[in-house]
Design a protein around this ligand. Sequence first.
Ligand code: ADP
Ligand code: ASP
Ligand code: MG
Length: 410
Amino acid sequence: MALFVEKYGGTSVGSAERIQAVANNVAKSAREGHRMVVVVSAMSGETNRLLQLASEISHSPSSREQDVLLSTGEQVTIALLSMALEAIGVPARSYTGGQIRILTDNIHGKARIQKIDAEKVNQDLDQGRVVVVAGFQGVDGLNNITTLGRGGSDTTAVAMAAALKADECRIYTDVDGVYTTDPRIVPEAKRLDRITFEEMIELSGAGAKVLQIRSVEFAGKYNVPLRVLSSFTEGIGTLITYEDTSMEQPLISGIALSRDEAKLTIRGVPDKPGIAFSILGPVSDAHIIVDMIVQNIGLDGLTDFTFTIPSADLDRCKELLTPVIESLGAIDMIGDSDLAKISVVGVGMRSHAGIATTMFEALSDKGINIQMISTSEIKISVTVDKEYAELAVRTLHKAFELDEEKTTTA
Ligand code: ADP
Ligand code: ASP
Ligand code: MG
C-alpha cells in the first residue's frame, strides 16, 4: 500500500466528463488500497475568465481581492471531483487550501508555501477517504487567502507530497511527459523517460510551463519522486530524478521558450557606483523578478542599463522607476515587450565546449538577430524578436539533433 499525491491540471478537469474520467482513474488506485490525495486546478480557461472579469471592474484590482476571486476556480473543481468519486462509491472529501492549512507568506499572487498541516489529511486517509485539495492557494498568517502564481497547483501537489512523505507525486496533464521542447511548437519533439531536477528547474524557469518552477525546486529539496503523465493516455511519462553520473548525459536535454518577457532600457544614466542598486533595488522590493541584466561601457560618463522582467510586471515596473529615473538624471526609459527568450538546457554542457557557437550559428543562418545573451553552467538563453520565437525553437531543436530518434537516454 502506497501513498500517492496526484495532480490534475485544467484541461484534465475541463468538463464534467473529464472530471468523471479523473474520478475513475483515482478510484482504480484507491480500490487497490492506496492512500490517495488529489490536487486539482480550476477547469481550463476559468482562471483567465476570472482575471478578465477583475480587469473589467478595475485597472489595478487589489491583490488581496484578486486572490479571493481566483481561488474560487479551484473550489469548484474540488467539489465536483469529490461528488464524482462518491457517485462511484469512493468516499472522498474536498478541502480548500485554507481548510487544509496550507500556510503561505503574504505576497498575494505569488505566495510561497511555508507549512502544511499533514495531520488533518492523515485522519481522512486513515478513515479510507480520498482527500481532494484545491491547488494554487493557501492562507497567510492572518488567514487571508493567497494564491501561488500561475501554474501553482503543481507546487501545491509537490508540497502536499513532501508533507505527507508520499511515495510519488504524479502530475497528470495534457501531454504524456516532459518533451525535448513544447510538442505544440515542434511536433518532432521527443518525450524524455527521465530528466534531472537541475535541468527541469532551468527549463521551467525558462518558460516550459509543463511544471511550475517552484514545484520542481520543492521536489528536489525534499526528495519527492516526481512524475509527469497524461490524464488522457496510458504511459510511464517522465520521471524527474537526481543526476546519475554513471550514465552518459545528453548534451542538450531540452529547449524552452518564454513569450512573457519584457525589456526595460534606461538610457543615459551616470556611469558611477551604486547605479545598479538604485535601479534594481526598488524593482526587487516590489517582488519583480529580474532575469537578464546588461550594462554597457558608457560614453562621456553616461551608460545604458537594460534588464528583462516578466511582461506582466512591465507597467508596474515603469511606474515605480519613474521617480528613480528622474532623481538619477537619466535621459529616458524605454519598455519593450516584443521579445521572446529561448533557452537550451543540458547538464552535458558542463563538459562540452562549443554549444553557444552552435546555437549562435544556427540562429544566424536563419537571419534571426540575437538581442541579449545569458548563460549559466547548464543553460544558454538568448532573447530575440517575438516574431521569430517559434522559428528559433524549431531551428535549435534541429541544430542540436533533438528531432532524431535517440539510441541512449539520460
Ligand atoms: P496543466 O493545465 O495540466 O497544468 P499546462 O498547460 O500548465 O498544463 O502544461 C502543459 C503544457 O506545457 C503542454 O500542453 C505543453 O504545451 C507545454 N509544454 C511546454 N514545454 C513543454 C515540454 N518541454 N514538455 C511538455 N510540455 C511542454
Ligand atoms: N488555475 C491556476 C492557473 O491557471 C493554477 C493552475 O492551474 O495550476 O494558473
Ligand atoms: Mg500547469
